[in-house]
Ligand binder design. Structure first.
Ligand code: ATP
Length: 235
């Protein structure tokens, strides 16, 4: 579904990602792991069209994304829940969700997806009239994910959804991610919380200082203390 091929990304003279390749097949949860500054966020931003490529190519469902702007990519079915759960603090839960559907025509389908989000996240239904800024951290993360779902993605990219959340809430978010996969969504998940994620990811990649160190099934990584120690450190 997503093919990242030999991609390099630079910030001026600073090279952040070098000749990295990664694929995500339909129906998979793929984890992208690696320490701070490895280039994980840069890679997601490039797939979303928010960062130019210094080299390589990115394809989505076989189509080269090079000439497509971010909005068009969203229409094609890619979406990103950025790091730090950026919900609109002054807008209500309902309005945040409406904005998630900005690329779609308003109508019964959008309405139905709103109901689907409220079923998936009952807490958001309860809080639908409350502002985004008044929600707890975990609720904001749920809202950020729900908002992304409102664009009807086939590929959901999540940047560190567990960051700063209590372990119990992290468990809830990870369960939800598995549920979404079971509802036919494909997921690319950036995480530093490698241990938990490797239990349910289908495949994993390890990025460190802009280079890919591992790409393959998740299970061997779990048992490879040396690799985890070398590239993730805290695992
Ligand atoms: P983290 O988990 O800390 O967000 P990451 O793996 O997502 O890390 P990136 O945020 O992609 O890593 O950063 C990769 C490299 O690019 C880092 O060395 C970072 O300092 C650099 N970088 C990122 N954004 C910019 C920017 N806007 N300007 C200059 N350098 C940047």
């Amino acid at each position: 579904m997503l093919e990242i091929e030999d991609v390099s990304i630079s910030y001026g003279p600073v090279s952040a990602v070098r000749h990295v390749s990664l694929t995500v097949e339909a129906g998979e949860i793929v984890a992208l792991l690696g320490p701070n500054g490895a280039g994980k966020t840069s890679l997601l931003s490039a797939a979303m069209g928010l960062r130019p490529l210094a080299g390589g190519r990115i394809r989505f469902k076989g189509e080269d994304l090079r000439r497509l702007d971010t909005e068009t990519r969203v229409r094609r079915g890619i979406t990103l829940t950025p790091e730090g759960r950026r919900v609109f603090a002054n807008l209500t839960v309902f309005e945040n969700l409406e904005l998630g559907a900005a690329t779609r025509r308003r109508g019964a389908a959008v309405q139905a997806d709103m109901e689907m989000c409220f079923t998936l996240f009952p807490i958001l239904a309860e809080r639908r009239g409350q502002t985004g800024g008044s929600l707890s951290g975990g609720e904001q993360q749920m809202l950020a994910i729900a908002r992304a779902l409102m664009s009807r993605p086939s590929l959901l990219m999540l940047d560190e959804p567990s960051l700063g959340l209590a372990p119990r809430i992290v468990g809830q978010i990870f369960r939800l991610i598995r549920d979404l996969r079971d509802r036919d969504l494909t997921i690319l998940l950036v995480e530093q919380n490698a241990h938990d994620v490797l239990r349910f990811a289908d495949r994993a990649y390890v990025l460190s200082t802009g280079e890919m160190r591992y790409g393959g099934p998740a299970a061997p990584l779990q048992n490879s203390g040396a690799l985890m120690q070398a590239y993730i450190g805290d695992a």
